[in-house]
Design a protein around this ligand. Structure first.
Ligand code: SF4
Length: 47
């Protein structure tokens, strides 16, 4: 899993087209079925 620091990401979207498997979404465009990963990503940086 790729983790993105939620405080450092400015949600510019530049990484979205760079992903070869279309697994990166802007925060607002994250499909419902993947939204549970948003807090999982944030929790990674709370450790
Ligand atoms: S959207 Fe992607 S490229 Fe833009 S700041 Fe966040 S992680 Fe970096």
């Amino acid at each position: 899993m790729l983790y993105i620091h939620p405080d450092e990401c400015i949600d510019c979207g530049a990484c979205v087209p760079a992903c070869p498997v279309e697994a990166i979404f802007s925060l607002e465009e994250t499909p419902e079925r993947w939204r549970h990963y948003i807090p999982v990503n944030a929790h990674h940086y709370e450790r």
